[in-house]
Design a protein around this ligand. Structure first.
Ligand code: PRP
Length: 208
């Protein structure tokens, strides 16, 4: 479990509780997804490489640092979109590469419908953004795509995971750390995380 970070921060626990609440309306739900993504993304980016520099203040020179790596933010459509903007504000220079994946309702296998990655990788580190890690099919497929693209440092930033999803990801991609707000009990027969929060895409976009 050394590659799995489950936040113990009180703000994360508080916001996740409101996010789960079935009475939470779409606007508030979107705000919470955005805020939770910032808090978890902050942890996920704790090992970004820095270069040293000097900066001139009004009082003299001070030692400084700037980000040395090109960061790619990879939201999995649709539900990962809500996690993008907050993290993007923290790293405004990041590249955003959307991946369209939906789960076939019968097989629960991911189906790819959007991918505009160029041939050569243009970033050194990628954050895959998706609030739900259920069977893990979508996340493993997204990481497969990024590895084929040539990215070697990949992190998954989610909110709620099922044990089944964690097992699938750690088996397929043991090198990819998972940054999560909670691990729930199980998946139901439709592949939904229980107790979870319902359908993260529908609850953000009002499509339930
Ligand atoms: C949900 C969720 C994940 C995926 C998780 O997306 O947002 O992408 O399912 O399930 P998995 O771990 O079993 O792959 P969904 O397919 O409902 O699409 P949506 O985001 O467009 O609603």
């Amino acid at each position: 479990m050394s590659n799995i970070y489950i936040s113990t921060h009180p703000l994360v626990k508080h916001k996740l509780t409101i996010l789960r609440d079935e009475r939470t309306e779409h606007k508030k739900f979107r705000e919470l997804i955005r805020e939770l993504a910032i808090l978890l993304g902050y942890e996920a980016m704790a090992d970004l490489q820095l270069a040293d520099c000097q900066v001139k203040t009004p009082m003299g020179m001070a030692p400084g640092h700037f980000l040395q790596e090109d960061v790619g933010l990879v939201p999995i459509l649709r539900a990962g979109l809500g996690m993008l903007d907050g993290i993007h504000e923290m790293v405004p220079g990041a590249q955003v590469w959307h991946l369209g994946l939906y789960r076939d309702e019968k097989t629960l296998r991911p189906v790819s419908y959007y991918n505009k990655l160029p041939v050569e990788p243009t970033v050194q580190v990628c954050l895959v953004l998706d609030p739900m890690l259920a069977t893990g099919g979508s996340a493993t497929a997204a990481v497969d795509v990024l590895k084929k693209w040539g990215v070697t440092r990949i992190k998954f930033v989610g909110l709620i995971a099922a044990p089944e999803g964690i097992q699938a990801m750690t088996q397929a991609h043991p090198d990819v750390p998972l940054f999560l707000a909670a691990v729930d009990e199980h998946l139901n027969e439709h592949g939904f995380i229980v107790p979870g929060l319902g359908d993260a895409g529908d609850r953000q976009f009002g499509t339930a």
